[in-house]
Design a protein around this ligand. Sequence first.
Ligand code: GLU
Length: 231
Amino acid sequence: MCGIVGVLGDHEVAPILVEALKRLEYRGYDSAGIATVNNGQLDRRRAVGKLANLSDLLVHDPLAGKSGIGHTRWATHGAPSIINAHPHRAGPVAVVHNGIIENFRELQTELTERGVAFQTDTDTETIALFAQVHMADGTDPVTAAFRALDKLKGTFAVAFLFDGEEDLIVAARKGSPLAIGYGDGEMFVGSDAIALAPLSSRITYLKEGDLAIRPDINTLCPKKSLNSPAF
Ligand code: GLU
């Protein structure tokens, strides 16, 4: 079981993400990574093995930005490698994901038939690719994320970050817990309260099938009211 964190903050987010991931180390992992949006541009860093390897990479190749997502991976689809480490990127979309997409092969076939190429061996990449396909049609990021989530079968927790959107994370869960933390003008999402405790003055858990979006991440939106995926 791996870990997810997300921060929409007021400070440089890379060290905050790594510290939050450290608090999720107890869950086990084989690789780790973070993505940020800085001046509208998504970028990411990933490393195999301990979080110290990711920290070392960030010393030599820093990642600026005040919004970001992070992940510790426990590989289920594809070897533990940098290419398969999260966050996964497809054009304007970066995704971190806990869990298993049970209909991965079906989704892979659908994307392949649409001419979409895969860069990784993971099930997770399908989420990013579906969101990218929708955004390429001019769909807004939140709707594109909802449509991608709508395709998924299985248990998961997911967080999306987008090019050009420094104040937006879309987070969703089904079967895996996901906590939302409220700070002083900052918002956090994470696999559990331990990850978020030092950052947040208040923590709530997303309910099954809920989605959180920001701006308005503090409005936890039952799926029906958002016309969002039926999971
Ligand atoms: N199934 C995904 C993968 O293999 C996520 C695994 C996890 O929960 O860390 O990359």
